[in-house]
Ligand binder design. Structure first.
Ligand SMILES: [Zn+2]
Length: 189
């Protein structure tokens, strides 16, 4: 499957999710058994840990379809990048989606600033470039979108495995934004 085909499948699945028409396929015992020997997820999702934003549901996918990496603020840190590298190098995934979402708590905390303790400060440091690139009074949701877009760049800059496959045209990375109210995913480019 090419990255164009992968993107089309995600968009079609999201339409079903928005319309409350989930097909629920590929979630049964026969699918589980078919995947014992390996996986070939057609897309990688770098999403937030937020319980309201569940990629497998938002794109109406089943077992083995998405390689999902979730971390608050959908940031590109060493662990999330390494996970994505695995899927690119060993699972043949051709599309990477950086999925930000409406009212993200991590981005809200980054916008608010202040000392949030060692661990969260470290994580929020990955969102700082998006803050710096946003207008003075930018809304949280605007910063969410900027963060997703800059994370696309970060994935390439910080990983030769990802960069090389993107440069060759084999892999594509896109930024996207999930609307909590409608469930619709807006692709940002
Ligand atoms: Zn979030």
């Amino acid at each position: 499957m090419t990255h164009q085909e992968s993107l089309s499948r995600l968009k079609e699945g999201n339409v079903r999710f928005v319309k409350d028409h989930l097909n629920g396929k590929l979630q049964d015992s026969s699918r589980r058994n078919a995947l014992i020997g390996g996986q070939e997820p057609y897309a990688i999702i770098l999403g937030c840990a937020d319980s309201r934003v569940v990629p497998e549901l938002a794109f109406d996918t089943g077992l083995g379809e998405l390689f999902t990496v979730r971390v608050a603020g959908n940031v590109a840190n060493s662990s999330s990048i390494a996970s994505i590298e695995y899927a690119v190098a060993h699972c043949g995934s051709k599309l990477i989606v950086v999925l930000g979402h409406q009212s993200c708590g991590a981005v809200t905390a980054a916008v608010a600033g202040g000392d949030n303790g060692y661990n969260l400060n470290h994580l929020l440091g990955h969102i700082t470039p998006a803050l710096a690139a946003s207008k003075e009074n930018a809304s949280v949701n605007d910063v969410v979108k900027k963060n997703a877009e800059l994370t696309v760049v970060e994935l390439k800059n910080r990983s030769s495995i990802i960069k090389n496959t993107v440069t060759s045209g084999e892999v594509k990375i896109v930024a996207a934004y999930y609307n909590l109210d409608s469930g619709k995913v807006d692709f940002l480019d």
